[in-house]
Design a binder for this molecule. Sequence first.
Ligand code: GRF
Length: 213
Amino acid sequence: MKIVVLVSGGGTNLQAIFDAIDNGSITNTEVAGVISNNPGAYALERAKKRGIPALCVSPKQFASRAEFNDAWLAAAQSFSPDLVVLAGCLVVISEAMVHAFTNRIINIHPALIPSFCGKGYYGLKVHEAALERGVRVTGATVHFVDAGTDTGPIILQKAVYIQEGDTPEILQRRVMEEAEWIILPAAIDLIANGRIQVEDGKVHIADYTFGTI
Ligand code: GRF
């Protein structure tokens, strides 16, 4: 399975994908390319170090959002991917792209959807909201991308307990280490090995025991 990974920042989720391919926990998968909307994204350096095509398609290069959206979609399609992975990607995916890759785009969100998600909930803001609400458990979610924001069929989730003294930065790091970097590679491997079916907006995983990762 060929994947293209869309990124905006440090690329720790991208690195988790690379590491999982190297240690065999992701099989049948090749990262064909990495695309960022942010020229300064360290994720691009991670791709270059690995000899993987790394493109920057920035909104600043275009006169309108529509032209950026077209170029963003064309860049993803240029790798002929079987799966598009949003890994720390802050670009709002256009309806045209969602339709071009129906149930073939996945996203990692740093909370247990439907909590702390939707418009305005990204990066540290998600963890600030969880701490503000005083929840005991947060975590991460991998889901298919549909036309909404964080509303597509859920594939995997993993819980992380909040501890006394957590700051948004401490919590973000723990959610990445204990959840994101585990369930995103796991979801990619399941898809690469034909273990995922979407029926009536729900994801079914064959022969899978939840909570084991
Ligand atoms: C992190 O906040 C992560 O929770 C979210 O995107 C941000 C950066 O991720 N998914 P990365 O290090 O660029 O993968």
